[in-house]
Design a protein around this ligand. Structure first.
Ligand SMILES: Nc1nc2c(ncn2[C@@H]2O[C@H](COP(=O)(O)OP(=O)(O)OP(=O)(O)O)[C@@H](O)[C@H]2O)c(=O)[nH]1
Length: 389
């Protein structure tokens, strides 16, 4: 049985933490204790035991002070810092894949800090490329009983689906206060939703919304949502009473099957296309680089030459043939103390040691290859370097 990851996302106050707490105890009661990851750096207390807690790695208050940031900036920066360690986090979870059936992840209430940040994507991507991953989008049911609020929230959910490209379950929480039947009806019956919208506008004394651009905007949005609803599951739960959690788990199983049969293939295709585009881009920039260095025309001959003679002297080649493009002045000529990228034995006291200068093209190719190999951890390290700067 593969470990399944459930990432809980939702607006502030929707009940993510309470949902996590209930889900955790529900799984414990069912004898399948989950692996728990807590990613909200700003939370003071967590009502469940977490195996990995972002607060152990990043001190939110210190981030605020040290980087002179406001609350949301500090959450994003804390996530950025945490994402530099995501490889280790994934390794820890991987080690437990035979012990746990579920890995459940709590995210910050400031939804945009997670969903729209680079680190949020890195974290989600890292889990999704290692384990079947499902998004649980938590909705505060009583607060969404107005059709306009409901539509806005569903549009937000739709944008998360588009951003993460992962199977999604919309979890209508707090059903002990307000049943989710209205939401089910609105999600399955287009006419009923339109009717509710009309009634709501009349109740609020708004006129003209059924005509003009507003009317057509509402119509288009609800049509778009109808298509979106067909892609997702919805369940009603009460994190307070525990009602609906069995349905939620069945939904997770269904979505994991979908992940395996549909999303995984789709994701792999996207990754492959990205890789191909990346490598084409790299080739292009390599060509540019070679051209800028004035090596392009000589590439063939220099390659041939390097087979025959490994100690090809690139810079003197240029000088020999009397080209000006790409000629590098020596330190003495420029009067500038330069720092060299390559190891000291290749250049001595500012002069090019023609005997040991290896094939430049090969070195650039190797360097670019190296960049390609490190993918997510490299990106994460870049973020960390950027922040430190
Ligand atoms: N009646 C009822 N109240 C709930 C339920 N779930 C959560 N709450 C309440 O809703 C409030 C917000 O719950 P939290 O779990 O803190 O919500 P959150 O989404 O984690 O909040 P942030 O961390 O600020 O984003 C609390 O007062 C909870 O007691 C539920 O199923 N029923």
């Amino acid at each position: 049985m593969p470990l399944k990851t459930v990432i809980c996302i939702g607006m502030a106050g929707s009940g993510k933490t309470t949902f996590m707490q209930r889900l955790n105890s529900h799984l414990h009661a069912a004898n399948v204790p989950p692996y728990v990851v807590q990613l909200d750096p700003a939370v003071l207390t967590v009502p469940y035991g977490a195996h990995i807690d972002i607060r152990d790695s990043v001190k939110y208050k210190k981030v605020m002070e040290n980087y002179n940031l406001g609350p949301n900036g500090a959450i994003v920066t804390s996530l950025n810092l945490f994402s530099t360690k995501i490889d280790q986090v994934i390794k820890l979870v991987e080690k437990k894949r035979d012990v746990h059936e579920y890995c459940i992840i709590d995210t910050p209430g400031q939804i945009e800090c997670f969903v729209w940040s680079a680190s949020g994507s890195i974290i989600t991507e890292s889990f999704a490329s290692t384990f079947p991953t499902v998004i649980a989008y938590i909705v505060d049911t009583p607060r969404n009983s107005s059709p306009t609020t409901f539509m806005s929230n569903m549009l937000y959910a739709c944008s998360i689906l588009y951003k993460t490209k992962l199977p999604m379950i919309v979890v209508f929480n707090k059903t002990d206060v307000c049943k989710a039947d209205f939401a089910r009806e609105w999600m399955t019956d287009f006419e009923a939703f339109q009717e509710a919208l009309r009634a709501d506008q009349e109740l609020n004394g708004e006129s003209g919304a059924g005509s003009g651009y507003m009317g057509s905007l509402i119509n288009s949005m609800s049509l778009m949502l109808e298509e979106f609803y067909s892609q997702l599951d919805m369940v009603g739960v009460s994190s307070l009473t525990g009602e609906g959690f069995d349905d939620f788990l069945s939904s997770v199983d269904k979505k994991v099957d979908e992940y395996e049969s549909y999303y995984k293939a789709e994701r792999e295709m996207i990754m492959k296309r990205k890789e191909e585009e990346e490598s084409a881009k790299k080739q292009k920039s390599l060509d540019h680089l070679m051209k800028d260095l004035g090596l392009k025309d000589k590439q063939g001959s220099s390659n041939r030459k390097s087979n025959e003679d490994d100690e090809a002297d690139v810079i003197s080649d240029l000088e020999d043939e009397g080209e000006n493009d790409g000629i590098v002045l020596r330190d003495e000529d420029e009067g500038v103390e330069r720092e060299y990228t390559f190891a000291g034995d290749e250049r001595t006291s500012g002069e090019v040691n023609s005997k040991s200068t290896p094939d430049l093209q090969r070195r650039y190719e190797e360097a670019l290859e190296q960049v390609g190999k490190s993918a997510s951890s490299e990106t994460a390290e870049n973020i960390a370097r950027y922040i430190r700067q």
